[in-house]
Design a protein. Structure first.
Lengths: 823, 153
């Protein structure tokens, strides 16, 4: 079916046609112009009347007499236009707003939504893509995606027009704007290319569309301030002159049905159907109809109750809850009044009697653990006193509890827990968090006069989980949003995009977000072999494996719940394992100083865990947890990993899997911006043997690992958690010569700074290799040897005055002895 | 020759169609203005009257007219203590009296505003009914003023 015919199927067609004659853009323009004219004329008229009445300006009075009636005429005409445009706006919006846009209550036989209809109508003569690019919603969507209007209009011009486009089929009954956009994404390769060039994925596109629709709907909704739900929010001036019937309850509580989150449904997004239906089931029981809502500290639990309130308001709820009003009992205000056992028991029982008497109340206790603790501190047996209430059929209670408190205090209290049905609040995904904070972002935009792109909101939601592992992610994202707005204001940033968010996070956490996740990472990953190869000699296979594993781990979507990378290095001493770790620190984090080192052989004893993550009993902080708190990013080198005890190995099992661990105080420590490198000498002899036989490490890797596992050094599941197990082979003579050359070059570089040149001859390199290396320690003693022999000789010569700035050093090797000749 | 005729006809009919479309929207508007919108104004007026009623807490003031000011009443001690009982009775009566006086003032203000609001309804109704001809009048009269020389002399 062609678009033209498709459009005519709906009763909305006439509205669309009418709207196209008096478009919103034209109306707002008329209103703006009239406003300006009216204000200007007002001032001009004052001046003119002044001229007419004053004798001073006799010469100008004729002109004034000529101008005044014309000005008044202009005033009349523009007022007329102003009123007309306003009324026309009311008329048109009355046709689609009340029934359709804001509440999304479309009748079943409708073919398309109004917003989708607008796009189709705009593209009636051309095609859907042009309609979308040309529409108001399309414009807003691209603004939210951070694409400039110029780019969009260039793209609009470059796209050929399709004369007769056939209407795509929809999945549901009704064509929604989401359907149109996903059709565009699947059917228009140029459109996809246009988005991809700007780094926009289909998920971001549809997210931005949802947000824009939500923004329009809530703006329309809030603009109708005369609605009864808004008017009823204004409190009567004499309401508290005389208390009503639930006088005691009112003192300690508030009616959740009157909260803004319940009244203005358009500003709250939630996805809590499972939890609500569980609560419904619990409260629908005939006896003991109570629910215990358990979740992380923060607003999530009350948000579930708000969603339930909205369902009650709409009448979309189980019969046992219909027409009930949830009242939130504040335990803190009870605690502030009740100072002794008698008052407490008296007050709490009277509150419950009042609830029963009122008959239409669902009592929500905001923190049941606090109430239990209060009762305990006053010496009252709360559970027993209240049990008849909780067991009765005449009262419905929803108790809120924090997860930790629940496990610690309530789970063991069997007589209490039996009266309640436990409902756990599911943690939200990053996308859901993004949806929730996108609503708050609109408020923040209005308050601070800034503009968020959709990618910024998504990044805020992701970062909340990624950089701050503790707490509820929607709360954290919300507080990040509250902080970023004033920060941006101070920095003179008005457009908050993804980069601005990362910059903000970087300043807040000292984690170099840009260095970890920015586009430059791509280059780093692509050239990893090259960069590492310059520093690490003779381990081409190992370097290739590391690079591949890192690319594998970092390709596509970053898994936010794991460290950046983790490797287990096997190999004898002095073959470049530590050097590789240092090189990785430099590549990814910008310097060797970002490498943290733990010698795991120090953590063999039973108190190893205490040393690493702190002790609750002594209150001592842990070395490892402190290390990661101070620096949340970098390379952590775990030397001689196999020597630590089982408990510590289990700790790392969790860290490699989840990217965080809890210290002894129960606080989470973030390890998600870390590259872990564990080294081990296990199997070094076997590696020696095999390499001597001329075998490639790749070929005996499996044998080696199964041997290590069979020895019980590592559990197979731990080895599997690492992104890569890398075998470093012993260095041969040529490799050692290269290492020797590299080290001598380092020395020469230092000498050049002093104006002294060292000639590095093959003879010298050979001398260093022969004397500075051995089979057991590889190239490790070489550095020491160079220091002792060569640097020592040179230093002596410098002190004695034999060697001065501008001199050359020629090494002389005789009978395996080193001496220098100054030239 | 024929082609030219067709184009002229087309142009004419386009122009004619355009005019008719605008006219039909305007007619639709008038139908709304004197139909559905009129009822909406009634609904709005009801919303506001409820709001004014609640804002001055008229219902709560009337139903608690005789209760003591902010419930500041003292309870009588057990047993009979003539002088104490009398004192408490006096204090409580005072509080009730204070409450009554303040409520009377508040009620008077509230009811006054409420009636003003009720009376304003017919006025707004008239304004609403006269709005379309008023707009026409504004524009026509404005244009006359702009283009004539003699009217103000």
């Amino acid at each position: 079916m062609e678009i033209r015919d498709y459009l005519k199927q709906s009763s909305l067609y006439n509205v669309l046609a009418e709207e196209s004659l008096f478009s919103e853009r034209a109306r707002t323009r008329i209103i703006k112009i009239s406003n300006t004219i009216i204000i200007c004329i007002f001032f001009i008229l004052i001046v003119l009347f002044f001229i007419e009445s004053s004798a001073k300006f006799k010469d100008y009075q004729n002109m004034a007499a000529f101008l005044v009636p014309r000005m008044v005429g202009l005033l009349f005409v523009s007022s007329g236009c102003w009123i007309f445009s306003k009324l026309m706006g009311f008329y048109l919006s009355s046709k689609y707003y009340f029934e359709r846009v804001a509440k999304n209550n479309y009748s079943k036989d409708e073919v398309y939504t109004f917003s989708a209809g607008r796009i189709l109508y705009a593209g009636r003569k051309t095609d859907i893509l042009h309609g979308f690019l040309n529409s108001e919603i399309g414009r807003l969507v691209f603004l939210r995606l951070g694409v400039s209007e110029r780019d969009v209009s260039d793209f609009y011009d470059s796209e050929p027009v399709i004369k007769e486009e056939v209407m795509p089929k929809t999945e549901g009954d009704m064509m929604k704007i989401e359907d149109l956009v996903s059709y565009l994404y699947s059917a228009k390769p140029n459109f996809v290319k246009f988005l991809n060039e700007r780094g926009i994925s289909d998920k971001e596109l549809s997210g931005a569309v949802d947000w824009v629709i939500y923004e329009i709907e809530s703006r329309e909704y809030l603009s109708e301030w005369w609605r009864p739900e808004f008017l009823s929010r204004i409190k009567g001036i004499a309401d508290d002159w005389s208390f009503g019937k639930t006088f005691l309850l009112d003192k300690y509580s508030r009616n959740l049905m009157k909260d803004f989150e319940v009244i203005s449904e358009s500003f709250v997004i939630s996805n809590r159907d499972t939890e609500i239906s569980q609560i419904e089931n619990a409260l629908s029981k005939t006896v003991g109809s109570n629910a215990m809502l358990v979740g992380e500290p923060g607003q999530e639990k009350i948000q579930v109750i708000w969603s339930m309130c909205r369902n009650i308001k709409k009448g979309n709820i189980a019969a046992a809850l219909s027409n009930k009003k949830p009242i939130l009992l504040s335990v803190s205000s009870i605690a502030s009044v009740c100072k002794d056992k008698d008052t407490f028991e008296d007050q709490i029982q009277r509150i419950f009697y009042e609830v029963i008497k009122a008959g239409n109340i669902i009592l929500v206790i905001d923190n049941i653990t606090q109430l239990l603790k209060l009762a305990e501190s006053l010496g009252s047996d709360f559970t027993n006193i209240m049990d008849p209430f909780f067991a009765s059929s005449v009262i419905q209670v929803v108790a809120l509890a924090n997860t930790a408190d629940f496990h610690q205090f309530i789970e063991s209290n069997k007589s209490l827990i039996n009266r309640f049905e436990t409902v756990f609040v599911r943690p939200l995904s990053d996308d859901e968090v993004a949806r929730i904070i996108s609503g708050s972002a609109l408020l923040s935009e209005r308050q601070y006069e800034i503009f968020y792109t959709y990618q910024a909101i998504q990044e805020l939601a992701d970062s909340a989980g990624y950089y701050f592992p503790d707490g509820v992610s929607s709360d954290k994202a919300e507080s990040l949003l509250n902080e970023i707005a004033p920060w941006a204001k101070r920095q003179n940033i008005f457009l908050i995009d993804k980069d601005a968010v990362l910059k903000f996070i970087e300043q807040k956490t000292n984690i170099p977000t840009s260095r970890i996740v920015s586009a430059t990472e791509k280059d780093k990953l692509l050239n990893l072999e090259k960069v590492l190869g310059q520093r690490v000699i003779g381990q081409d296979d190992a370097i290739l494996s590391i690079s591949n594993a890192l690319r594998r781990a970092r390709s596509g979507v970053r898994n936010p719940n794991k460290p950046i990378g983790s490797f287990l290095f096997f190999g004898p001493t002095g073959v470049g394992k530590t050097e590789t770790a240092k090189a990785l620190a430099e590549v990814f984090f910008g310097g060797e100083k970002d490498m943290m080192r733990l010698d795991m052989s120090e953590y063999q004893t039973d108190d190893a865990m205490e040393k690493l993550i702190g002790s609750f009993a002594s209150g001592k902080p842990g070395i490892f947890s402190d290390m990661l708190r101070e620096k949340q990013y970098g390379v952590v080198l775990l030397d001689e990993f196999e020597k630590t005890n089982k408990e510590v190995l289990n700790l790392f099992l969790q860290i490699l899997d989840e990217g965080f661990f809890s210290d002894m105080m129960g606080q989470k420590v973030n390890a998600r911006n870390i590259i872990f490198i564990a080294t081990s000498n296990a199997g070094a002899e076997k590696i020696f043997e095999m390499v001597k036989e001329g075998k490639n490490p790749k070929d005996f890797q499996e044998d080696l690992i199964s041997e290590i596992v069979s020895k019980g050094l590592f559990k197979p599941e731990l080895i599997n958690r690492f992104d890569g197990t890398i075998i470093f082979k012993p260095l041969n003579k040529e490799d050692l010569a290269k290492v020797g050359k590299l080290m001598l070059q380092k020395l020469s570089k230092r000498l050049i700074e002093k104006g002294i040149t060292l000639n590095i001859t093959d003879e010298l390199i050979n001398f260093v290799v022969v004397n500075g290396t051995n089979d057991a320690f590889g190239a490790r003693p070489m550095n020491r040897f160079i220091q002792d022999t060569i640097e020592g000789k040179i230093a002596t010569a410098m002190i004695s005055g034999e060697l001065n700035t501008g001199n050359n050093i020629d090494p002389i090797i005789e009978n395996n002895n080193f001496s220098i000749k100054v030239g | 020759m024929n082609e030219l005729k067709v184009t002229i006809f087309k142009r004419k009919s386009n122009w004619y169609n355009g005019c008719m479309r605008y006219l039909s929207v305007l007619l639709g508007y008038l139908k709304w203005h004197y139909g559905k919108a009129l009822f909406t104004t009634f609904a709005l007026w009801r919303n506001f009257s409820v709001f004014v009623f609640n804002f001055f807490s008229i219902k709560s003031l009337a139903s608690n007219f005789f209760t003591p000011w902010k419930r500041l009443a003292e309870t009588y001690p057990k047993g009979i203590h003539l002088q104490e009982d009398l004192e408490i009775f006096l204090v409580n009566t005072m509080m009730r009296f204070v409450g009554m006086v303040l409520r009377t003032i508040m009620l008077a203000i509230g009811l006054f505003c409420y009636f003003i609001f009720l009376l304003s309804m017919p006025f707004f109704l008239i304004v609403w009914l006269l709005l379309p001809p008023f707009i026409l009048l504004l524009i026509v009269f404005g244009l006359i003023l702009i283009f004539s020389n003699s009217i103000w002399k």
